[in-house]
Ligand binder design. Structure first.
Ligand SMILES: Cc1cc2nc3c(=O)[nH]c(=O)nc-3n(C[C@H](O)[C@H](O)[C@H](O)COP(=O)(O)OP(=O)(O)OC[C@H]3O[C@@H](n4cnc5c(N)ncnc54)[C@H](O)[C@@H]3O)c2cc1C
Length: 241
């Protein structure tokens, strides 16, 4: 059986873990934090997920159609071209790179996969819709959020991954990638535990909570920035061991 080690328990790590476990791999998620830090920045989010959709039916396929408000929703269309244009606006008009194109093209199938796996989504009535003449008119392309926001999302993803046999190790910061004959063969935690893996997924966030790295990599003024999310995304420079 293929063994997969996932480093980090945010939305990225949990999706990787769930996907691998659904496909029959033996999966372990290693998370630096304990129960209160589980889920990383993803726990702090509204669980809002931008995705391209062609109209009402695409959205309907992702939500609880029994909710009486659904019949009063005008979701409109958020075409892939609009999503791409929104991304370009955030990067000074630069052409999209292959990863950004993948993000757009796979956005709806990915939400559909999560929904099929058991994550519930709800329209963001409070912030992304205007109520006029009894109709909720959605705007901005940010139409759905996971039920229970970020906390609901990561807890549900963990539940689903555990149901597929995925193991979770908390308080287990990964310090190094183990290698043999030029390939990664596992990880080593800070306390020295060695884990073998056929594949390692690094989903341990960025360096935004590390003031020194912010100052040296993006400018001195960023030392003063306040972090709203997890304190554990320290830009772990995972060394090859
Ligand atoms: C307040 C706030 C609100 C936001 N709202 C939204 C929103 O509504 N919608 C949206 O799309 N985005 C939102 N974002 C952005 C979103 O949080 C990130 O894009 C997303 O969470 C990144 O997910 P991730 O899994 O890559 O990282 P994270 O969720 O941060 O997970 C990284 C995990 O790795 C762990 N880790 C770090 N180092 C190690 C190590 N060495 N070993 C083991 N584990 C390690 C961390 O403890 C953490 O749990 C928001 C961000 C913040 C801060």
């Amino acid at each position: 059986m293929t063994r997969v080690a996932v480093v980090g328990s945010g939305n990225a790590g949990l999706c990787a873990a769930l996907s691998a476990a659904e496909l029959g791999a033996e999966v372990i998620v290693l998370e630096a934090g304990g129960a209160t830090d589980f889920g990383g920045n993803s726990r702090y989010t509204a669980g809002a997920m931008r995705f391209a959709y062609r109209g009402h039916d695409d959205v309907l396929a992702l939500v609880d159609a029994e909710d009486p408000r659904i019949a009063a929703c005008d979701f409109g269309v958020y075409a892939e071209a609009e999503f791409e244009a929104d991304l370009r606006r955030f990067s000074g008009g630069a052409e999209l790179n292959p990863l950004q194109r993948l993000l757009v093209g796979e956005s709806r199938p990915t939400l559909q996969w999560l929904a099929n796996s058991g994550v519930s989504f709800e329209p963001i009535y409070s912030r992304q819709a205007v109520l006029a003449e009894g109709r909720y008119r959605f705007w901005g392309g940010l139409t759905l959020a996971a039920a229970g926001e970020g906390e609901g999302l990561v807890n549900r993803e963990r539940e689903l991954a555990e149901a597929c046999g995925c193991e979770f190790a908390l308080n287990a910061p990964v310090a190094a990638l183990r290698q043999s004959q030029g390939r990664v063969v596992g990880v080593r935690t800070a306390s020295g535990v060695e884990i073998d893996a056929d594949a390692v997924v690094l989903a341990c966030g960025g360096f935004e909570a590390n003031a020194d790295q912010r100052a040296s990599l993006i400018g001195a003024a960023w030392r003063r920035a306040r972090v709203r999310g997890t304190a554990l995304n320290q830009g772990a420079g995972l060394t090859l061991a």
